[in-house]
Design a binder for this molecule. Structure first.
Ligand SMILES: Cc1cc2nc3c(=O)[nH]c(=O)nc-3n(C[C@H](O)[C@H](O)[C@H](O)COP(=O)(O)OP(=O)(O)OC[C@H]3O[C@@H](n4cnc5c(N)ncnc54)[C@H](O)[C@@H]3O)c2cc1C
Length: 278
């Protein structure tokens, strides 16, 4: 049995990776391992078998088609710091350290599904879609709703996240995060903005159990962009929409306040610097 399906598989194609998963019920996928390894070491996660994506070259790389920026799920975060989307590049640049960014992948960031992970607000604000591949084919789902709770997603056991598609918007995009120090920190809160078609879309990290956005907030943010609303209106709308956690790092009240400040800051930047972001 061990010889037929060793505990650690190193496939070289997506098809081999899917076959390796099918041969090892309950096996977990490892991409960069920067999320998985600490979990295994701290005992917050265990697994009997692993399928590594490290040698699956087809899952790495960023391409641009007519409508989307298409990122292979195994693309390292270091490969996104110069992405032709200013919001994504800002989120990637402030993730971890250079060493972490070299190993960490966009797929791992998405599937780890923690509300404070760097890339998630930008994907949510930008209307990203995910390609989920199984032996029976590919289904494309919106990123909005993919994460159902901290650490939980709609990915099926026999599926791999193979690509992330971020629509090109041609407008302004940015990302900011607040933490207790200037480098290598988990976001106490974060926010991303994308402006397109005369409006803005905001999304927030650590503002609730999953990355969060709200049509009501976007309506007020767009009104602020046009001068029809005040910064205070936007802060009030954000305060109503978010449901941030309370933990030893920060109170829910602090987070609610900081999220309002970030929202106003990003919309102000969109108004004053609003050049092409994609
Ligand atoms: C020192 C340090 C600092 C960090 N700083 C930050 C930070 O500032 N911001 C931040 O957001 N994160 C940070 N992280 C967390 C981590 O680096 C990121 O979340 C990273 O993007 C995870 O990617 P990975 O490839 O290493 O994931 P892995 O650890 O390989 O996997 C994470 C999860 O995703 C699953 N998975 C991965 N790829 C796929 C796929 N293609 N299909 C299906 N499932 C998949 C795995 O099974 C696992 O459940 C930090 C980590 C460390 C160790």
């Amino acid at each position: 049995m061990l010889l037929a399906a060793p505990r650690f598989a190193l496939p070289e194609t997506p098809e081999e990776a899917l076959a390796a998963l099918a041969e090892r019920p309950g096996a977990v996928v490892v991409a960069g391992g920067t999320e998985m390894m600490p979990d295994l070491l701290w005992g917050t996660r265990s697994a009997d078998a692993f399928v590594s994506l490290r040698r699956v070259a087809a899952l790495r790389g960023v391409t641009v088609d007519d409508d989307d920026l298409v990122m292979g799920a195994g693309t390292p975060v270091s490969g996104l710091t110069t992405a032709p989307d200013a919001g994504l590049a800002a989120a990637a640049t402030s993730l971890g350290t250079p060493l972490v960014r070299t190993e960490a992948t966009i797929g791992g960031n998405v599937v780890s599904a923690l509300p404070y992970r760097n890339l998630l607000p930008t994907l949510l604000a930008g209307g990203a879609r995910l390609e989920l591949t199984s032996a029976t084919g590919v289904r494309t789902v919106p990123f909005d709703g993919f994460i159902t709770a901290p650490g939980r997603t709609r990915l099926a056991e026999d599926e791999l996240l193979t690509a992330v598609r971020l629509p090109r918007h041609g407008g302004f995009a940015d990302y900011v995060k607040v933490g207790r120090r200037n480098a290598q920190f988990v976001a106490t809160v974060s926010a991303a903005v994308v402006s397109r078609d005369g409006g803005v879309r905001l999304a927030f990290g650590n503002a609730g159990p999953t990355p969060l956005r709200s049509d009501d907030v976007d309506a007020v943010a767009t009104a602020l962009l046009d001068g029809r609303a005040t910064p205070e209106d936007l802060r009030a709308a954000v305060a109503v929409a978010v449901d941030p956690p309370e933990d030893p790092v920060a109170s829910a009240d602090y987070r609610r306040h900081a999220l309002g400040v970030l929202a106003v800051r990003l919309v102000t930047r969109a108004r004053t610097d609003g050049g092409p972001g994609a």
